[in-house]
Design a protein around this ligand. Sequence first.
Ligand SMILES: [Zn+2]
Length: 136
Amino acid sequence: MVYEDDPEPARYYDWMLWKLRKSEKWKEAVKYSKDRKKEEHIKKQSAYANPIQIDAFEKDIQELTKEKYTLYGKVQKLVDELNECQKGMNCWHCDTKLIWGADHDLEDDSCEEYDMVTNLSCPQCEAFVEVYNKRT
Ligand SMILES: [Zn+2]
């Protein structure tokens, strides 16, 4: 049988989809797909919430925190050393930075005016310098 005037229905596919959405099998398939997605999501979440892993993360954080404070300490020590290097005194004769030798406390019966003597030496011209600290 041949139809002379038989245009393709414009909304044919829309209708097919609508019909499909109404079918019980389609609804089941959609529900199944949604349930599977939910399951996957829960699986992923429980993987993150694994208590053993959380314990390991907490230990990592503790280690890193400890390491952080160790490094703070090292940085502070280096800053102190740097400040120590930057202060200091230069040689009267050749202007080379003097090297600190020692601090000696002075007893008040042997020296009334000063309580400490610091000795420094010049690595360039071998000058020897003593600095007396005024007793207060
Ligand atoms: Zn010198």
